[in-house]
Design a binder for this molecule. Structure first.
Ligand SMILES: Nc1ncnc2c1ncn2[C@@H]1O[C@H](COP(=O)(O)OP(=O)(O)OP(=O)(O)O)[C@@H](O)[C@H]1O
Length: 517
């Protein structure tokens, strides 16, 4: 990092006012060439708004940007890219039906394309140089989340990026993918590229960042050198003292079986998807079963099969409370007491252009419709109670889902599903993009639901969180589910080996048994 030279980027009093919300309040900061700078703060503190201003997506009301010492107006992402600013969003902005190469081509100017020459070759060269493993000819809809993120990073690299902005880049990556990403970032930094890094995972900030700015309520309230701080000391700067630490929850043993899958085998609908192979497991009343796995190993397909979103009518493979639900649609399964939190919060977890109240109505199958009429008063009250309980920062139950910050929408979706008191909750990445304080609240709500007698299936790539919350653990690899084991009787190493598929043998019917442990 070169702190003596002119800053690569300097922000002077950047202010952004949304109707009823001062998202950024006179923020000033600077970044040197090669500096990895963390932008930290609670959900809704204004981090995404600030980086969107830098990338020309949001127009600030006032303030100045200095780029390599000269004032610039960043009126659009195209102008940002011309300056050498690249951004990887929290919600990826790729066209699913196009290939990797076509997606990257779309954001390049004619002049850039001419300089690059053959784009596919450039992608392959950079892919090798940075260890990104991106195939230019793959269709985006066939890629896992981790792979899509690498495409987004590649999109920035082909443009000779000088400032790379990453909005919560590690939220859905496996430990191995995070390590790979950090190698890329360190290498870019050593080559003089500045990096702005938004994350709620504070141990990552202390590991990789050279500096940090902390936002609260739209204001830059503090700065620090994360290399000499601890995750706890940074958390304190962000949200004050946390009442309770998120560690050592007691483990429970489930009682009767509420949900059962037996020999669930289902071909993937996607050409590059993962077929489910002889999956059998039981979810018991009053327990959390955690499923670890590297993205793209059948988690999405398993979720779709259990929720009924897959749509294919099966027979005698899934039971809820003893009833065969294999052929029932998603809505009917919900009305029988199942609830889901999918991985993708905008689009599948919530309809972006609908209000929070309307989004609540869509998934709540009991109590909101009487004699064919929607009971709006009850819908509004329910949406409001989630907002209050989970401290969702928004302008009320009529805010559009898309106007919420990522973490606040996640809190709302989790609250909406937990609040239905389901018998069975199937949940992917419960705390994706959620700040430390809110993650604690979500963990406690999940545990309270378990303690009330619900059965919870937790699908996640965050092993630490699985070990913290799950009573039993399993791993999914290439569409096979490992045996399950009591969390206290296993280790990260064993689950890591299962994630790599060591449990898969030729007799796949035998792989789902409870281990002797
Ligand atoms: N388009 C919009 N219209 C109205 N308000 C908005 C809009 N976009 C963001 N906001 C509000 O601005 C504030 C800051 O949001 P922002 O997304 O920048 O927060 P954040 O710090 O990135 O949060 P998170 O960690 O949850 O992603 C929030 O209160 C949010 O509700």
């Amino acid at each position: 990092m070169n702190t003596t030279s002119t800053p690569r980027l300097e922000l002077l009093n950047i202010t952004k006012q949304y109707p009823g919300c001062l998202a950024n309040d006179r923020i000033s900061m600077q970044l040197s060439p090669g500096e990895i700078h963390a932008l930290l703060g609670e959900n809704g503190a204004g981090k995404s708004t600030l980086v969107k201003s830098i990338y020309g997506v949001v127009a600030p009301n006032s303030g100045q940007f200095m780029w390599d010492g000269k004032e610039v107006e960043i009126k659009s992402p195209a102008i940002a890219r011309e300056l050498g600013i690249g951004m990887v969003f929290q919600h990826f902005s790729l066209f699913e039906t196009l290939t990797v190469s076509q997606n990257i081509e779309l954001c390049l100017s004619k002049a850039q394309l001419e300089t690059i020459g053959h784009l596919g070759s450039k992608i392959s060269t950079l892919s090798k140089a940075y260890g990104l493993n991106v195939d230019p000819d793959r269709l985006v809809h066939t890629l896992s989340i981790g792979e899509r993120q690498r495409v987004e990073i590649m999109r920035c690299l082909v443009q000779d990026v000088k400032l790379l902005i990453l909005d919560e880049p590690t939220s859905v990556l496996t430990p191995q993918e995070v390590a790979g990403l950090f190698d890329v970032l360190r290498r870019l930094s050593s080559e003089g590229c500045s990096i702005m890094f938004i994350s709620h995972k504070l141990h990552e900030v202390t590991e990789i960042c050279h500096s940090a700015t902390i936002l609260r309520g739209g204001k830059a309230i503090d700065t620090c050198d994360p290399r000499i701080e601890t995750p706890a000391s940074i958390a304190k700067m962000m949200v004050g003292d946390l009442a309770e630490q998120d560690a050592g929850y007691s483990k429970k043993i489930g009682t009767e079986t509420l949900f059962k899958a037996e020999d669930l085998t289902l071909d993937s609908k996607q050409p590059f998807g993962t077929s489910l192979k002889h999956i059998s497991f039981e979810l018991k009343k009053g327990e959390i079963l955690g499923v670890a796995g590297v993205a793209g190993n059948g988690q999405d397909e398993l979720m779709a099969a259990i929720s009924g979103e897959d749509g294919r009518k099966l027979k005698n493979v899934m039971w809820l409370d003893g009833k065969d639900i294999s052929s029932l649609g998603a809505g009917t399964r919900r009305s029988l007491g199942m609830a889901y939190v999918p991985e993708e919060r905008l689009g599948r977890g919530a309809v972006p252009d609908m209000s929070l109240a309307e989004n609540t109505l869509l998934t709540h199958k009991v109590g909101f419709v009487k004699n064919g009429w929607v009971e709006w008063k009850a819908v509004k009250q329910y949406a409001k109670s989630i907002i209050d309980q989970f401290k969702v920062k928004c302008h009320g139950e009529f805010s559009h889902a898309k106007s919420l910050s990522g973490g606040n929408l996640q809190k709302f979706i989790m609250g909406r599903e937990i609040g239905q008191n389901p018998k069975v909750l199937i949940c992917a990445h419960p705390t994706w993009g959620v700040d430390v304080g809110a993650a604690l609240a979500i963990h406690q709500a999940l545990l309270a639901l378990r303690d009330q007698g619900a059965a919870i299936l937790l699908i996640s790539e965050d092993i630490d969180e699985l070990f913290l919350l799950a009573d039993r653990m399993a791993a999914i690899c290439d569409g096979h589910l490992s045996p399950t084991v009591h969390t206290e009787k296993t280790s990260i190493d064993q689950i890591g080996e299962w994630m790599a598929g060591t449990f898969i043998n030729t007799n796949t019917h035998d792989t789902n048994q409870e281990t002797a442990a």
